[in-house]
Design a protein around this ligand. Structure first.
Ligand SMILES: [Ca+2]
Ligand SMILES: [Ca+2]
Length: 232
């Protein structure tokens, strides 16, 4: 009798196991549900692939290091940090706006081809992109970065050429200041991207000496993989 009871109990547990295995739900995308799917969410947080492929290409660069002592592929970034124009004046000495503060518009381009040539260099300012627009701000924090890639070769200096105008549809765009932010580039200072620190902030040179406003910028250079280098 006891044997029959044990047999019956055994069959029941077997049937129960089969049923519960079959009935584990699959989610809508067809993935196995929860228990098995947990592995997916763990791997998705480990986004280390770009950095390891970066290291591989870096190693390749290094293995050709006899050809060149310093990185051939690097990015130059200049941050246009801030404008200082506490009295809200144009280069003419007049106020930007009669009733309130200036509305500065900043256009800029990073000259790496002829950084030491006279203002405005080879590219007319009319083609420079707008990098910042402020409203009623005489001395705005700008914090905009312009950059260029060097894809094989070297560089001794860069010049962030910057024009700040009063954005005013009625009177045209009056000049607040034209600036040249010239930085020497030392190949020994080209950093690895994860360590790329900014150099110290400097006051750019005003092209029009009558102006009273000041512009501040800083620069950094760091190595990039040849595959992500964008020349031009
Ligand atoms: Ca204004
Ligand atoms: Ca205005």
């Amino acid at each position: 009798m006891a044997f029959l009871f044990q047999l019956f109990f055994g069959i029941c547990s077997f049937v129960w196991m089969v049923l519960t295995q079959e009935l584990v739900p699959a989610d809508e995308a067809g993935f196995p549900s929860r228990a098995q799917n947990r592995d997916f969410s763990i791997t998705s947080s480990g986004r280390r692939t770009p950095s390891s492929s970066w290291q591989n290409s870096r190693l390749t660069t290094r293995s050709n290091a006899k050809r060149s002592l310093y990185p051939d592929y690097f990015r130059v970034e200049v941050e246009i940090v801030r404008l200082e124009n506490p009295q809200g004046l144009l280069v003419t000495g007049k106020h930007c706006d009669f009733f309130n503060d200036c509305d500065p518009r900043v256009i800029a381009y990073l000259d790496i081809s002829k950084p030491r040539s006279p203002w405005p260099g080879n590219h007319p300012a009319s083609r420079w992109p707008i990098v910042f627009e402020g409203t009623n701000a005489n001395s705005p924090k700008i914090g905009k970065i312009i950059n260029q890639d060097i894809c094989g070769g070297s560089l001794s200096a860069v010049n962030a050429r910057v024009r700040v105008t009063e954005a005013d549809d009625l009177s045209g765009h009056d000049d607040i200041g034209d600036f040249e932010c010239l930085f020497d580039v030392d190949p020994r200072d080209i950093q690895q991207p994860d360590l790329a620190r900014w150099g110290s902030e400097k006051s750019c040179e005003a092209v029009n000496i009558r102006g009273t406003s000041k512009l501040f910028a800083r620069m950094r250079t760091f190595e990039i993989p040849s595959t992500s280098c964008r020349a031009g």
